[in-house]
Design a protein around this ligand. Structure first.
Ligand SMILES: *Cc1c(COP(=O)(O)O)cnc(C)c1O
Length: 229
């Protein structure tokens, strides 16, 4: 059968090699999971990634993700990497990890869902460490308060932090943004959460993110080519 993404196995291999090299340069000693971001592409993107050895895929919109996930028969671990509306929290049952827990009100709704299904929702707290007004997530000050509040919310298991870097930022700003997320993870761990994961790095900045300690990189266009949407 013809492949939609014929270069995918080579691209996966090259990215994996770069992840490994960046990880040893950075010296944080972490292993890095590659999350293939399949948004705007059909189910074949996830299937061909699976055939190339990728086990994790990311989607940023629930409505787009649901029919696609239903069309993928292999057991991909699906990651929700975009904003989740509170009235859609029940769709978390289809995802292995929520990367984008970005407000207290969403946390309340996610916790309620986790309690109702009697299984805590694994989530990363999205932090705004670049200071951009357009970016979602908790500021470092808000995070301190929320980290303590989340300790009393057994419907959520806080397994780490996530951040998005500004587009076209200098290397210095990228490193500051990523180091800020690393610090946020430390704040979460100090509050008592099992916070070991750090989701940061996209096609244009994943090597710097891994040098700064990323354990999950979210890569779309470097795998599947430019998106036209
Ligand atoms: C689209 C998206 C990505 C992947 O972006 P690329 O630049 O194509 O690698 C990563 N994270 C989030 C939250 C996204 O929405």
């Amino acid at each position: 059968m013809a492949m939609h993404f014929p270069n995918l196995p080579q691209r996966v291999a090259e990215i994996r090699a770069r992840l490994e090299a960046a990880s040893s340069r950075g010296g944080h000693g972490q292993t890095v999971r590659l999350v293939a971001v399949t948004k705007t592409h059909g189910p074949e993107a996830a299937l061909e990634a699976w055939d190339a050895g990728v086990r994790d895929c990311g989607e940023n919109r629930v409505q787009e993700a649901l029919p696609k996930m239903a069309a993928v028969a292999v057991p991909v671990a699906w990651h929700l990497i975009g904003h989740l509306q509170r009235n859609k929290v029940q769709e978390l049952e289809h995802f292995a990890l929520l990367h984008s827990l970005d407000s207290s009100r969403l946390a309340d709704a996610v916790c309620e869902f986790g309690l109702k299904r009697k299984l805590a929702v694994d989530a990363l707290i999205q932090v705004n460490t670049s200071g951009e007004a357009t970016k979602g997530g908790f500021s470092p000050e808000e995070l301190r308060v929320e980290a303590d509040r989340l300790v009393g919310m057994p419907g959520i298991r806080v397994v780490g932090a996530m951040t998005m870097a500004p587009l076209d930022a200098s290397e210095l700003v990228l490193r500051q943004t990523f180091a800020g997320a690393r610090h946020a993870r430390q704040v979460l761990a100090a509050a008592g959460h099992p916070a070991t994961e750090l989701s940061m790095g996209m096609s244009n900045d994943y090597e710097i993110a891994v040098e700064e300690g990323a354990t999950l990189v979210r890569i779309g266009s470097a795998l599947f080519g430019a998106r036209d949407q």
